[in-house]
Design a protein around this ligand. Structure first.
Ligand SMILES: NC(=[NH2+])NCCC[C@H](N)C(=O)O
Length: 261
């Protein structure tokens, strides 16, 4: 079975255990974000349509969730959006993520578990920050080959889809220039509340940041060596360590799995 299949099975089991006494998991909101300006190729904006056509809503309903499809967000692209410090389309990406963050926050605030359909990975800025607005104890498990933690200074491409995590982390606040389009966003996550699973393609600057910040990560090689079961156990042990004397209040899973490369 593929890693994706194993991880989603484990997450599904965990979700149903964590949420058995809560109503949040019973009600799933689906929100489409047809957006691809976080990188240079077009096409990812068709993601929500293609995923719906592949039967997502029926599959979720078949799992006994009550599904609320909020449709797709309608993004307006500014006419002129010059690069800033070699970062491409900052105003367009900033505005799209601001709208997304608000929509996600409203859906979570209304009691739904949210499934956001992208779109490129710059959208993680809006989807995760929208969750953070409602859940102060948010943890993030990032399942991907890429760490997407470049800052505008370390980015080899200037593409914002390789940078979303840098916008989230409080520890990187001093390293982030004030990009046009992002004044609405304040960092909201600590490095110890983040775990990566499946890393395979990490840039030198990203590797340096991961090591300096002491971020917990498991590469594809770690998964081959340890098995996904042990990796998931170690992930939860790491994230739950901060709750030693208190009751866990919220834990959300963000699996980003729609990619241009
Ligand atoms: N989510 C992705 N597809 N990320 C790819 C990022 C590639 C490269 N690390 C960059 O920053 O440009």
């Amino acid at each position: 079975m593929s890693l994706r299949g194993q991880v989603s099975r484990l997450l599904r089991n965990l979700l149903s255990r964590v949420h058995t006494q809560q109503s949040r998991a019973q009600s799933v909101a689906v929100l489409g974000a047809p957006f691809s300006r976080g990188q240079k190729r077009r096409g990812l904006e068709h993601g929500p349509k293609v995923i719906r056509e592949a039967g997502l809503i029926e599959r979720l309903s078949g799992l006994d969730y009550s599904v609320h499809d909020f449709g797709d967000l309608n993004f307006h692209h500014p006419e002129k959006d010059e690069p800033y410090m070699e970062v491409n389309s900052p105003r367009t990406v900033g505005a799209a993520n601001k709208a997304l963050s608000g929509a996600v926050s409203r859906a979570i605030g209304a009691g739904h578990t949210l499934v956001m359909l992208g779109g490129d990975h710059s959208l993680a800025i809006g989807s995760v920050s929208g969750h953070a607005q409602q859940c102060p104890d948010l943890c993030l498990i990032w399942v991907d080959a890429h760490a997407d933690i470049n800052t505008p200074m370390t980015s080899p491409s200037g593409n914002l889809h390789g940078q979303p995590v840098a916008f989230m982390l409080k520890e990187l606040q001093d390293k982030m220039p004030a990009l046009p389009g992002f004044s609405w966003l304040k960092p909201f996550l600590s490095a110890r509340d983040l775990v990566y699973i499946g890393l395979r393609d990490v840039d030198p600057g990203e590797y340096h940041l991961l090591k300096n910040l002491g971020v917990q990560y498991f590469t594809m090689r770690d998964i081959d060596r340890l098995g996904i079961q042990r990796v998931m156990e170690a992930t939860f042990d790491h994230l739950m360590a901060r709750y030693i004397n208190v009751t866990m209040t919220s834990l959300h899973y963000t699996v980003h799995d729609c990619d241009s490369f």
